[in-house]
Design a protein around this ligand. Sequence first.
Ligand code: AR6
Length: 172
Amino acid sequence: MEITLVQGDITEERADAIVNAANSSLLGGGGVDGAIHRRGGPEILQECRALRASRYEKGLPTGQAVATTAGRLPARWVIHTVGPVYARSEDRSHLLASCYTESLKVADGLGAKVVAFPAISAGVYGWPMDDAARIALSTVRESSAQVTEARFVLFGAEAYAVFEEELRRLDA
Ligand code: AR6
């Protein structure tokens, strides 16, 4: 799997699937989640509501992933995953890593080859960007999924620079 980094807005990505840093309600929020629902239109929320009424009555657990249509977005699917809230008092890295492995598993199930990821948990959920980048990149690097490209879409020059540095370290 090739790892690529771009700076930009994930809602504009022409990938097979884009990953949403959602919350367990699946019913929307701020950050990437807000942008995806706003630009993707009501079809996404409709499918999320249906998931809440069936498979995920209690919400999507942290570290898991599920796909819906991408509505009006250029991508074909949105893979919703729930990152852990950062906590100094407890190591939740395995849950953040799980978001990436489970999203890739869902992508494989769909036959998606190019998958775009945001920096899950590194916004509202407070994860320090360098650590979030290290976990994201190393987890994807170790994956044996059939996805051919994992594209990290970083919002802003600072996030991009952090990912670039962590990728360089990983490859060193
Ligand atoms: N494209 C790419 N990256 C973005 C975009 C975008 N359009 N918008 C923000 N980011 P966050 P979390 C970056 O807060 O930390 C929501 O309310 C952002 O700068 O979206 O996992 C959900 O409903 C940051 O680097 O996700 C949950 O309640 C990264 O994406 C909660 O926030 C993740 O920031 C999830 O928090």
